[in-house]
Design a protein around this ligand. Structure first.
Ligand SMILES: Cc1cc2nc3c(=O)[nH]c(=O)nc-3n(C[C@H](O)[C@H](O)[C@H](O)COP(=O)(O)O)c2cc1C
Length: 260
């Protein structure tokens, strides 16, 4: 087994970090391998914002619901879908850009997330710890202000990065049979669902979650506490407005991302 595969198989999210800084050289190595990732049409329609400054981390913290990794990690990376740079290049070179639409946002978001994951893999292979912060898409409108993101740029994910100060157990995964479909999608019967989630439901930590939240089933912990419908609707509305404000919701033909 290669070191890389071993690193992938043994990894887990790290949420506590030592105070040791991450050198510019280490960070540059991560970015070099990250930017070797596949990217749509080799356009590289993404940007990475590096936050080391304590004051800016303090400004970001509430936008990530005060998750302590933001202020405690030496480095916070915000990965952004970015058609600003590419659009500007097109205009400068007498080419008419057509990237002010939802599909282009998806293209750039996919590119940004692929880079993020490659940076994470590289970081973990070097012994660093990472944790993704899904709060990025909930609070994108405010993160845009703090990071001064122009039109055409939307934050899609964030990672906290540092040298590990904890060694947590790996958490479970569904069995591969739950995930892999041969040739075509094989939809799940109730019996299959029950079997595939059985082990997860019986885990000590799952039972603890249910008890702490006074819920009858583990699924209710997700639907009623962790990822609630009302929240999903409210944050969807905000994010759709972000897409409009940043110039990605013009499906009409005239260009709403022409940058002044
Ligand atoms: C897109 C995304 C968003 C996440 N957001 C958070 C978060 O806001 N806070 C957090 O503590 N962990 C977050 N995580 C980490 C997951 O909770 C973690 O990956 C999952 O529980 C599996 O644990 P593992 O990474 O240790 O295997 C996120 C992971 C992903 C991929």
């Amino acid at each position: 087994m290669t070191d890389l595969i071993l690193s992938l198989l043994t990894r887990r999210s790290i949420r506590k970090y030592t105070s040791e800084p991450i050198s510019d050289e280490v960070l540059k190595d991560l970015f070099k391998s990250g930017c070797r990732s596949s990217t749509t049409g080799n356009m590289q329609v993404y940007s990475i914002i590096v936050t080391r400054d304590e004051a800016r981390k303090k400004s970001l913290a509430p936008l990530h619901f005060n998750q302590k990794m933001i202020t405690e990690a030496p480095v916070v990376l915000t990965f952004c879908a970015d058609f600003n740079r590419f659009t500007k290049w097109c205009i400068l070179r007498n080419a008419l850009p057509g990237y002010d639409n939802f599909l282009s946002f998806m293209t750039a978001a996919i590119d940004a997330i692929i880079v993020a994951q490659t940076v994470c893999i590289s970081a973990e292979a070097k012994g660093l710890g990472i944790c993704y912060l899904g709060t990025t898409t909930y609070m994108a409108h405010k993160i845009i202000d703090v990071l001064e993101l122009p039109k055409g740029v939307i934050p899609v994910t964030t990672i906290s990065l540092g040298w590990p100060a904890e060694s947590p157990e790996q958490v479970d995964r569904l069995p591969l049979e739950a995930i892999i479909h041969k040739e075509v999608y094989q939809d799940y019967t109730d019996e299959m669902i029950a079997e595939l989630y059985h082990e997860k439901e019986l885990r000590e930590d799952s039972l603890q979650f249910m008890k702490e939240n006074s819920k009858e089933t583990l699924a209710q912990v997700f639907t009623d506490i962790r990822y609630k419908k009302d929240d999903n609707i409210a944050f969807s509305k905000i994010f759709l407005q972000v897409l409009r404000d940043q110039g990605f919701m013009n499906q009409e033909g005239n260009n709403s991302m022409i940058i002044s």
